[in-house]
Design a protein around this ligand. Sequence first.
Ligand SMILES: CC(=O)[C@@H](O)[C@H](O)COP(=O)(O)O
Ligand SMILES: NCC(=O)COP(=O)(O)O
Length: 241
Amino acid sequence: MSTKLSVNINKIATLRNSRGGNNPDLLKVALDAERYGAQGITVHPRPDERHIRYQDVYDLKKVLTTEFNIEGNPTEPRFVDLVLSTRPAQVTLVPDAEGQITSNHGWDTIKHQDYLKEIISEFQLAGIRVSIFVDPVKEMVEAAATTGTNRIELYTEAYASAYHAGKENAVAPYIAAAETALELNLGINAGHDLDLHNLHFFASRVPGLLEVSIGHALVCDALVYGLGNAIPMYLRQLNTL
Ligand SMILES: CC(=O)[C@@H](O)[C@H](O)COP(=O)(O)O
Ligand SMILES: NCC(=O)COP(=O)(O)O
């Protein structure tokens, strides 16, 4: 089984928005990313539209040929409408508060179980695969399974920040969470702060990893190596090149 790479283009939109024009051209970068081997494109439109704008999502849906993954908080009615009207391959539900700098925690799948069940079935009825963002905690993964979600996305910030101090300890909770998920027939994605240093070890140790979404580090690497080199470098870490 190989792990797919979904390239998160939020930071391309951040750069574009900083000058108000269309440079860099988000659609062109997304299409280039696909051409260079990305197996999916991820966006996380936030309520303040500080990077990805809602209109970008409509525009991207028309041109992408790989898996389109839209991340966001479904407690925003505007987000739910956006996803239902663009029908991406996957929606990833993330419990971010408005104005949060970046994602910093997974769902409490016990507390929000009924809510998640309801919203997940709404997306699934529209033919959209659902993934929910969770911390690598056994109880959260177990309760995720009862929501009916197709997949979980393991929030990897804790892994990334502990990697250099000791990679075995850093990855251990993720292996355990993935084993629980596999027993419960949940698909497994992962993301946040994965990079060229920590990706290979994570993907080689976490069983059943279907997809990683990577943005910040990959865009930083693209500044140095070029997008056409950076994407194959990430694919090599996943053994897909
Ligand atoms: C859901 C997740 O893990 C995030 O990493 C997110 O997509 C990044 O969002 P920002 O680009 O706004 O930090
Ligand atoms: N879901 C994680 C994601 O899309 C990208 O996170 P990051 O690589 O920008 O930290």
